[in-house]
Design a protein around this ligand. Structure first.
Ligand code: B3K
Ligand code: ZN
Length: 859
């Protein structure tokens, strides 16, 4: 497969101002008639042919300006048609088989309904078209099919007409007045019911809202609808963005490669991000639904009204929209906790990507398969880069920048450079050097030291941007660091400062400190960097107890544990020093458990130990077995040392009612955390408490939290509750997914055997991405099972990739990165991981997706 380069962008020689589509719908066969108005592109070099992309399509007939023509030819999957200068109308007829479409790209069948997924290059699996995001067209779509099978017919925009036809058939016609690229096209046909509502926009227009699901799922759509209305309101207030059609439809489907898709006026969602009630969805699920509904809705402006010129600009819409959904969720759920959660995801997923073989800048320079670039780097680091602009400009000026961006580029396919320029002009920032964040990959490292002499504290900062496979030599980038210097006696500071580290090294003197202050730096995680500093345990304990920036307080707890575990795993601590380290951590954690000024939601964050992948990141070459063992040993020590406090916390939290309010949710979070430590420190007591919590549970959060602990503990309670859980929720796909995931991610010593057995469970199904992920993504993230010294875990993931690749390459390729970490893993495991990658690479007929990820990972 060829390498496609950003530098090679050329505008397309033709424009397609109007697209008309006719679908004769059927599960086995759907006939597509496409009529395109094309005109020469005044901004491109003229061409005497038009190349229409296809992917696996067979042509039935082609007409040009109303007359059948035969002078077209196929060039690989594409159709190439000679075309004289001037305006033309092209009509193409072809057939597709939704039922056979297991890739879930293009038009496919899911539970008897038909739906589409076109981003990035799925439209070409439906019909021939210049399938690139800079070709904007209005769409008129007519769908026709049997009423009984497809009572509901939806597409983008507004419904313009509908009617019955002979033989129990009917049709509907939809028109989308907003020119859009083909990746935003969508069609849905099926037996669906809707929760409906309406929203009045800021200019007073009424919009009909609907969330479409299967009839049995209707009771679980209330939260999705609430989230949609909140999103619409918030985007008006926070970004001045108003909705622009008369209807907004959301459809939930069970078979979906990603979370959801922002098709104009017709968002298609994975059921996981729509359906919720307290009995079947956790508090985390509720938040995720709100966040994803917001995200897709916000795309209506950041992505749809202003789209991307080419796929290298993906972060233009995704990084921006992630920032928007994060700010939305911060406003809905509370800023402090949301920020901590977002940073935890960044560190667990994006940092490893940035330090491994798949590292790429947020605006990549080349790809073979664009689906492989829907990454945490493009999305989450992309959001961090914009967040830094916001930190430097302040929220008011940042908003002026985004206003100018929308105003300048409405209706256009824009570039990241367009965004930066609008931000410079609108917010009054100078971003010349800052643009490096778009072109340089790798997580910058900032070395920090604070010295004190007389009444002056001197801060020395030094940045390095590490080499990545695409580039060795890097330039320093502007790094905005929010910091504060605490007086250790009063426990307070004189105000926060924003320091921008633009050069490789910089020192700053702070006067008026008779005693050496305690430094709190990168507060709020103001820059997506890793901070390295010599800091005493005493200072970290101080910050963990006193920092008024909630993120920094969390960070101090994390640093305390990270420093300790890194030292233990490097064998650099004496027994006594190790004991002292544990004591310090236990002391800090005790304060967290008992500080009654903390709310439980924040307490739950402060209780969380740094994750295995983030810990592994601290080592040039990590021993996952050792890290896991030491992390568990620390849990045991903390569970033993704090048993009575943990039990008391669990008891107190158990008295709160099972509602969805903030306090009850916080209580459920600390209950789950308390059980995790108790399970390590006193498994018998924990098993009893967890079984009781499970039996009394009124919410999925409580039930799942209890079952997670039980699943990791051998014993009868485990088996009984696992069987109960399955029987209670069998038939509910999303909850059965949880049942698979709990077992695959469990601490149980036999987790590998459990996963093998589950792969043969009648409910396991390689064709359903949610089910595949619930078993195997959970497994790939389970350190002791995936990294089993025998290499069995690696073999299982490689076997999965090979089995899944012919069915669903996009999802298969997502399992390559865990194996791709081999260079950063100790030599014996590294050799086993590499061998599995080589076995995959040696297989004939790999998809472009898997081929690209495996070859990059072998490097
Ligand atoms: N834009 C879609 C991503 C679809 C990618 C398909 N390979 C979802 C989102 O980011 O909102
Ligand atoms: Zn998105």
């Amino acid at each position: 497969p060829p390498l496609i380069r950003r530098a090679d962008y050329k505008p397309f020689p033709w424009l397609v101002p109007e697209t008309r589509l006719h679908f004769d719908l059927g599960i086995e066969n759907t006939r597509v008639v496409s009529t395109l108005k094309v005109v020469p592109n005044p901004d491109a070099a003229a061409d005497d042919v038009i190349r229409l992309n296809g992917d696996g399509l067979q042509v039935s007939s082609v007409k040009l300006d109303g007359l059948p023509v035969k002078n077209w030819e196929m060039d690989g999957p594409d159709l190439v048609l000679p075309l004289s200068a001037g305006a033309h109308e092209i009509e193409i007829v072809n057939d597709v088989s939704p039922e056979k479409n297991s890739q879930l790209m293009g038009l496919y069948a899911s539970n008897g309904m038909l739906c589409t997924q076109c981003e990035a290059e799925g439209f070409r699996r439906i019909t021939f078209f210049p399938d690139r995001p800079d070709i904007l067209s209005t769409y008129l779509v007519k769908m026709e099919g049997p009423v009984a099978q497809f009572p509901v017919l939806l597409s983008n925009g507004n419904k313009v007409s509908a009617g019955e036809s002979a033989g129990g058939r009917h049709w509907a016609e939809w028109h989308d007045p907003w020119p859009k690229p083909s990746y935003l096209f969508a069609l849905v046909a099926g037996d669906l019911v809707a929760r409906t509502d309406s929203f009045t926009t800021m200019s007073g227009r009424e919009v009909d809202l609907a969330v479409w699901v299967r009839a049995e799922d209707l009771p679980r759509t209330e939260h999705a609808m609430d989230s949609l209305k909140k999103s619409m309101k918030w985007d008006e207030e926070a970004f001045g963005r108003e909705y622009d059609l008369d209807v907004f439809n959301i459809v939930a489907v069970s078979d979906f490669n990603m979370g959801a898709m922002e098709n104009k006026g017709l968002n298609v969602f994975n059921t996981k991000y729509v359906l919720a009630d307290p009995d079947t969805a956790t508090d985390g699920d509720y938040d995720a639904i709100e966040g994803v509904i917001g995200h897709e809705y916000f795309h209506n402006w950041s992505g749809n009204r202003v789209t991307c010129r080419d796929w290298f600009q993906l972060s233009l819409k995704e990084g921006f929209t992630v920032l928007r959904d994060q700010l939305f969720s911060q406003d809905m759920q509370g800023e402090a906790v949301k920020r901590i959660e977002d940073v935890r995801v960044l560190r667990a997923v994006q940092f490893p990507e940035d330090s491994g073989p798949l590292a790429h800048p947020i605006r990549p320079d080349s790809f073979r398969e664009i689906s492989n670039f829907y990454t945490a780097t493009v999305y989450n680091k992309g959001a961090e880069v914009l967040r830094m602009m916001r930190t430097m400009a302040g929220p008011v000026a940042f908003r002026q920048g985004t206003d100018l961006y929308f105003e300048r580029h409405d209706g256009e396919a824009a570039t990241c450079e367009d965004f930066v320029k609008a931000m410079e002009d609108g917010a009054g920032l100078d971003l010349r050097q800052f643009r490096l964040w778009y072109s340089q990959a790798g997580t910058p490292k900032v070395e920090v030291s604070l010295t004190h002499k007389g009444d002056t504290a001197t801060l020395a900062l030094k940045q390095t941007v590490p080499p990545t496979p695409d580039r060795i030599a890097k330039k320093p980038m502007p790094i905005p660091l929010r910091l504060a210097l605490f007086d250790r006696d009063s426990g307070s500071h004189d105000g926060e400062q924003l320091v921008i580290l633009s050069e490789a090294e910089k020192t700053i003197a702070f006067e008026g400190f008779a005693r050496s202050p305690v430094l709190s730096i990168n507060r709020g995680f103001s820059a997506p960097v890793s901070i390295e500093r010599e800091v005493s345990t005493e200072d970290l304990v101080f910050l963990a107890a006193h920092d008024d920036d909630p993120f920094a307080r969390y960070e101090a707890m994390q640093d305390l544990v990270v420093a300790h575990l890194v030292a233990v795993c490097s064998d650099s601590l004496t027994g006594a020093a190790q004991e002292a380290g544990r004591k310090a951590i236990a002391g800090a954690l005790r304060k967290v458990l008992t500080d009654d000024r903390l709310d439980d939601s924040m307490r739950g964050e402060l209780m969380m130990l740094p994750g295995q992948t983030y810990l592994a990141e601290q080592f040039l070459v990590a021993d996952p077995g050792r890290i896991h063992a030491e992390r568990e040993a620390l849990k045991v020590a903390l569970g033993v040392a704090l048993e009575s406090e943990l039990i008391a916390l669990h008891e107190r939290a158990s008295t709160l009612p099972a509602t969805l309010d903030h306090a009850s949710r916080g209580a459920r979070k600390v209950k789950a955390q308390a059980l995790v430590y108790l399970a390590a420190g006193n498994p018998d007591v924990a098993a009893k408490m967890a079984a009781a919590q499970y039996d009394a549970a009124q919410t999925m959060t409580d039930r799942q939290g209890a079952l997670m602990v039980l699943t990791g503990l051998p014993g009868v309670a485990r088996t009984d509750r696992l069987i109960d859980f399955y029987n209670r929720y069998r038939g509910n796909e999303l909850v059965v997914d949880k049942w698979f995931a709990l077992q695959a991610s469990s601490l149980h010593p036999d987790a590998i055997e459990h996963v093998k057995a589950l792969a043969n469970h009648p409910d396991f199904n390689l064709r359903n991405p949610n089910r595949v992920r619930s078993l195997y993504m959970a497994f790939a993230g389970n350190p002791h099972a995936f990294h089993a010294a025998s290499g069995e875990g690696y073999r299982m993931i490689a076997d999965l990739i090979l089995a899944l690749d012919p069915i669903n390459p996009q999802t298969a390729a997502r399992f390559v990165p865990p194996l791709g970490r081999w260079r950063r893993i100790e030599p014996q495991r590294a050799a086993l991981m590499r061998a599995e990658l080589e076995r995959i690479a040696a297989t004939d007929g790999l998809s472009r997706d898997t081929y690209e990820q495996v070859t990059r990972s072998l490097g």
